[in-house]
Write a protein that binds this ligand. Structure first.
Ligand SMILES: Cc1cc2nc3c(=O)[nH]c(=O)nc-3n(C[C@H](O)[C@H](O)[C@H](O)COP(=O)(O)OP(=O)(O)OC[C@H]3O[C@@H](n4cnc5c(N)ncnc54)[C@H](O)[C@@H]3O)c2cc1C
Length: 395
């Protein structure tokens, strides 16, 4: 099966600038430190902010205009994610995971599925995410144990998904399950379903909710399927055995999105550290005038810029419809590590105050690590990059 193209023309520069200006203004006005810290420290799902993001069309950002979305190319979308994540990374997870689910339907769904689901996803009327990981299977996706057996005009799902973003406040999830658990190779027995909690009765429930280090205010919990009946027309693409291909087909965009979030953290930490270094004085001068701090800021700004450029480079390749697993992998790997490194360096610049919850920087430190783990760990990214690099450079 050949993957449908991801090509989308770049946005008109003036239109893009106007859109980004609107996002900047919203971020500065609504995502104040007080608002963000209140939600983050108390782990409160941001209902009012989600309402505003829905109004702005963010839940349909990358969905085609023919289905009611904004139809943004991934490069423009990445710039929006960078800006929001530079103030509060958690928020971007609420629409990112949702859009990866939507992307699976838009790229691989039947026309009837697109017509039925995408307008509701785009309007934020139905929100959700992606159900791949299981307690025994993260990196090794083919080891999943959730099964889907055909029963008349339904499939019956049994199994548990874990760590699922938006699990409590979302309702619909693209869930991968085995329609043929004995298939060899294993991926041939995997299929992708749209599972809507509201259709589930007692067959689709929420299990354990995780109490996390960071990435607060967004729900991560288990999805538990117990004889859950999914209408057969919610098998994405209408054909069994395509699930592994469909799920991994969305990973390039997912990795560009995670990279953009890493850039946001790297730039946000840099912004806070730059301001603090000019205000805080020791030995009669701002610490920004001490060489030890200058070395840090010099590295941080270089790292943030490099991460941004790698991410936009991967997004441009995606928008040209090119295969870009290497570019997306490099962006995800570098930008997520840049987020961690800049958050950590900013902690050092803030000195003792970095350890106080009165300052924002500790949130960037707590939020940064998840970018190295989600959408394929950074260990796997380097392996993917290397394999693709060697393939493109035969001896
Ligand atoms: C906050 C959060 C949100 C998440 N959201 C979602 C979500 O919405 N949907 C979803 O489906 N999942 C989600 N996940 C799950 C996430 O995708 C997995 O945690 C991730 O894929 C890693 O899987 P694992 O935790 O099972 O680690 P494992 O696969 O057990 O890996 C453990 C370690 O071994 C390394 N490793 C494993 N295999 C290899 C190999 N072959 N070669 C080299 N190194 C290897 C890994 O790099 C890692 O360092 C989320 C996780 C978190 C923490």
């Amino acid at each position: 099966m050949t993957a449908p193209t991801t090509a989308r023309p770049p946005m008109d520069p003036d239109e893009e600038a106007a859109l980004l200006e609107g996002i900047n203004k919203w971020v500065e006005k609504e995502l104040t430190p007080q608002v963000v810290m209140h939600h983050d420290h108390n782990d409160i799902w941001p209902a009012e902010i989600v309402r505003q993001m829905t109004e702005m069309g963010l839940f349909g950002a990358t969905i085609g205009t023919e289905y009611g979305g904004l139809g943004l190319p991934s490069a423009t979308y990445a710039k929006i994610v960078m800006k929001i994540a530079s103030h509060w990374m958690s928020l971007t997870g609420i629409f990112n995971s949702h859009l990866i689910m939507a992307c699976a339907v838009e790229r691989f769904g039947t026309e009837a599925q697109k017509q039925k689901w995408l307008p509701k996803f785009a309007a934020g009327e139905i929100r959700g995410g992606l159900g791949l990981t299981e307690p025994n299977a993260g990196t090794d996706l083919q080891a999943i144990r959730t099964t889907a057996r055909r029963d008349g005009d339904h499939y019956v799902l049994n199994g548990t998904k874990t760590w699922i973003t938006n699990s409590i406040n979302g309702s619909c999830f693209a869930v991968i399950a085995k329609t043929d658990p004995d298939a060899q190779p294993r991926y041939k027995g995997m299929s992708f379903f749209l599972c809507d909690k509201r259709e589930g009765g007692e067959g689709f429930t929420i299990g354990k909710k995780f109490d996390k280090l960071g990435y607060k205010a967004i729900d991560s919990a288990e999805l538990v399927f117990d004889e859950f009946r999914v209408p057969a027309d919610q098998l994405i693409g209408g054909e069994e055995g395509q699930g592994f291909f469909q799920a991994t087909g969305g990973l390039e965009l997912g990795r560009i999105n995670v990279a953009a979030r890493g850039v946001g953290i790297a730039e946000g930490a840099l912004r806070l550290a730059t301001q603090y270094a000019q205000e805080r004085q020791t030995m009669g001068k701002p610490i920004a005038d001490h060489q030890a701090i200058q070395l840090k800021l010099g590295e941080m700004v270089t790292r943030a810029r490099a991460a941004r450029l790698l991410t936009l480079d991967a997004a441009a390749a995606y928008d040209r419809g090119e295969r870009c697993d290497m570019e997306a992998g490099m962006a995800k790997y570098f930008a997520s590590e840049a987020g961690v490194a800049n958050a950590q360096e900013a902690m050092r610049i803030f000195g003792g105050y970095s350890y106080s919850k009165e300052y924002e920087i500790e949130r960037y430190y707590r939020d940064s690590m998840i970018m190295c783990i989600g959408e394929g760990t950074n260990e796997m990214q380097r392996i993917i990059i290397s394999k693709q690099w060697v393939k493109r450079n035969p001896a």
